[in-house]
Design a protein around this ligand. Structure first.
Ligand SMILES: CC(C)(COP(=O)(O)OP(=O)(O)OC[C@H]1O[C@@H](n2cnc3c(N)ncnc32)[C@H](O)[C@@H]1OP(=O)(O)O)[C@@H](O)C(=O)NCCC(=O)NCCS
Length: 186
């Protein structure tokens, strides 16, 4: 997920669920709004070495096949997610939780809520740094599996990206021969 830029080939508009998530205690999950961006950027800068800018969020949110969600606790955004559709697959472009709010299930709830807004058989993919064990564990618990490496994906340090899929990459038009081996230890 996420390198320093956005895929400008995307076709999108923000898609909002009509009802907030009312399940259980914890933050409300609701559509991400442009007015959330100051707090989103504050979390973004504390979460990533190469944070998205306001413009990058605004661009992604303006596209027709983008789902943006915010987790809101006591009126404050504490987490967010951006999921965008490209051709036949959804891409988890961004997810983060405020550092002081982590390990409360917020990212899990955001991702599950977003999955509830797309068809169950639609494949979802993401890229993650192989060193981000917490995120990889979270994704595996939510049904993602590793399907190869994208070499030198992250421009800040040249780190490879681990490509993960939920569902069948071939159903999204990814040829089997392009699916790489996962080196031991990842
Ligand atoms: C990765 C990230 C989004 C996870 O957000 P989160 O809200 O903490 O996620 P969750 O709480 O749903 O799950 C994460 C962990 O908390 C644990 N957890 C969830 N609820 C818990 C609870 N009530 N008590 C204890 N642990 C809990 C999960 O089991 C998981 O454990 P792990 O870290 O040992 O693997 C967050 O760490 C983050 O913002 N990181 C920086 C940005 C980033 O790396 N984003 C992903 C890029 S690919």
């Amino acid at each position: 997920m996420r390198n320093s830029g956005l895929n400008v080939t995307a076709r999108t508009s923000i898609h909002h669920p009509t009802e907030p998530d009312q399940e259980g205690p914890g933050p409300e999950i609701r559509p991400l709004a442009y007015g959330d961006l100051p707090l989103v950027i504050s979390i973004e800068r504390r979460s990533f070495g190469s944070p998205w800018s306001v413009g990058m969020f605004a661009l992604e949110m303006s596209k027709p096949d983008t789902i943006g969600l915010a987790a809101v606790d006591a009126g404050r955004v504490v987490g967010y997610l951006v999921l965008s559709r490209f051709d036949r697959a959804w891409h988890l472009m961004n997810v983060a939780t405020a550092p002081e709010q982590r390990r409360r299930g917020i990212a899990s709830r955001l991702i599950r809520e977003a999955f509830g807004l797309i068809a169950g058989d639609e494949p979802v993919t993401l890229e993650v740094r192989p060193t981000n064990r917490s995120a990889i564990g979270l994704y595996e618990r939510l049904g993602f599996r590793s399907f190869g490496l994208r070499r030198g994906y992250y421009p800040d340090n040249g780190e490879d990206a681990l490509i993960m899929w939920k569902g069948d990459p071939e159903a999204a038009g990814v040829p089997a021969e392009s699916i790489g081996e996962i080196p031991a230890g990842i």
